[in-house]
Design a protein around this ligand. Structure first.
Ligand SMILES: CC(C)(COP(=O)(O)OP(=O)(O)OC[C@H]1O[C@@H](n2cnc3c(N)ncnc32)[C@H](O)[C@@H]1OP(=O)(O)O)[C@@H](O)C(=O)NCCC(=O)NCCS
Length: 385
């Protein structure tokens, strides 16, 4: 039997037509189109591109946008489920619960036909922002704000979150964030969703798998950690000392490093520019400067120590963008999911369309024995329900 490849590094697990990454040149394409060339489109068009496989023409875009707008309201039952959530949780936990509940109400839950899945897809893409904004408001004792069909996907999310319309710049940047977060080849959450889909489980279950996987701090959860880090470093001048302390303690710095890119992640520079635009528009450069100082310090320290530079990934400057958009940290990963839902759906539908159950092998190695007299479950770890 072959040796296992830890973390499946560089293993080609499947073929996809959804997106491609050139990790050496730092290039990302959605369905053959450079992500940079998609940024001036509405998120709805990019969502259509990922899920349907081609850019929509004018009429197709109008119809898809109208469908999404019609599907935006979450429904009183879903809002009531959110009202029962523990308010100290992250928005990802509430999102997982709400989507699970939504699945109970779908009479086509187990219908994996393309027709049923396209209908479910529109529902999921449209309702993710509503659920996340509603949870955020309910958690602080406010009533949810109903969606506004006159607003774009990005503008409407900020409107539902704040209860007032965002500026044009904020709305534009929110749309770009959703586009840049929408898809990234066989990242952990898309792969996990595909594994669930490959068993012919339903689309909701596959999406819930994606939510659970994105939440981890080594994946989308890094965005929340970046926001906390920016808060922890009170003034930009303290950034280098912060980095040195983390490195001395062998701790990872969130928002840095990548499995696939050996150079700068192409989304990072775009997010950096968007963060700067927002900082200038708000007349507050502090968080942006802290970010730049962390980036420079890590680059310097890593190059000196390992002779290999380390770059910020997609979660770093997007976390700073979220700070300028007044998005609370515990919402950060869920806001990432608003963009990524289209990519997850595209992956699940691609999997359903040419399925074989994903079932790799493991090499058996004899486990080490636990020390004698060690209880299997320490009293501290008992689960109290
Ligand atoms: C993205 C990530 C999970 C990739 O993991 P990976 O390909 O398995 O790479 P590794 O964790 O094995 O890292 C390789 C080396 O770089 C170091 N490294 C990687 N990311 C680092 C970071 N953010 N801070 C400090 N050191 C880091 C590791 O400690 C390791 O060093 P070693 O070889 O001396 O042990 C990893 O870079 C990371 O944990 N980053 C922080 C979390 C994050 O931002 N996630 C979002 C990803 S888009």
């Amino acid at each position: 039997m072959e040796e296992a490849k830890k973390g499946l590094e560089n293993i080609i697990a499947l073929e996809t037509s959804i997106s491609s990454i050139d990790g050496v040149k730092g290039v990302l394409k959605y369905r053959g189109i450079l992500v940079n060339d998609l940024l001036d489109m509405p998120y709805d068009a990019v969502s259509y591109l990922l899920i349907r496989g081609k850019l929509p023409d004018k009429n197709e875009l109008a119809a898809y946008s109208a469908l999404l707008k019609e599907r935006r309201p979450a429904g009183e039952n879903v809002l009531n489920v959110l009202r029962t959530c523990n308010f100290n949780i992250e928005a990802m936990d509430a999102l997982r619960t709400a989507i699970s509940y939504m699945s109970h109400c779908d009479p086509d839950l187990s219908d994996n036909s393309e027709e049923a899945n396209l209908r479910k897809a529109a529902n999921l893409v449209a309702k993710f922002p509503t659920i996340i904004a509603a949870f955020s408001r309910i958690a602080i004792g406010k009533e949810p704000v109903p969606p506004n069909p006159a607003l774009s996907h990005g503008a409407n999310f900020l409107y539902m979150l704040r209860g007032s319309k965002p500026t044009e710049l904020e709305a534009e940047i929110m749309e770009k964030d959703f586009i840049l977060s929408a898809e990234h080849e066989l990242n952990a959450s898309s792969f996990a969703s595909r594994i669930t889909a490959s068993t012919l489980s339903d689309l909701y279950s596959a999406i819930i798998t994606g939510i659970c996987t994105l939440k981890g701090p080594l994946h989308g959860g890094a965005r929340m950690a970046v926001m906390d880090m920016i808060d922890e470093i009170a003034v930009p001048e303290d950034s280098e000392a912060y980095v040195l302390e983390k490195m001395a303690n062998n701790e990872k710095i969130m928002g840095f490093g990548h499995r696939v890119y050996l150079t700068q992640d192409p989304r990072t520079g775009i997010f950096k520019k968007l963060a700067k635009e927002l900082a200038e528009s708000r007349g507050n450069m502090k968080w942006y400067e802290t970010g730049e100082n962390i980036e420079n310090a890590i680059f310097k320290v890593f190059t000196e120590k390992t002779h290999k530079p380390i770059y910020p990934n997609v979660d770093f400057y997007s976390g700073i963008v979220y700070k300028y958009l007044d998005i609370p940290p515990r919402l950060a990963t869920a806001v990432f999911a608003i963009g990524r839902i289209s990519g997850w759906i595209a992956h699940c539908m691609e999997q359903y369309s040419d399925n074989r159950v994903i079932r790799p092998r493991a090499k058996y190695v004899k486990a080490g024995q636990p020390p004698e007299n060690e209880p299997l479950l320490s009293p501290k770890k008992k689960i109290v329900v």
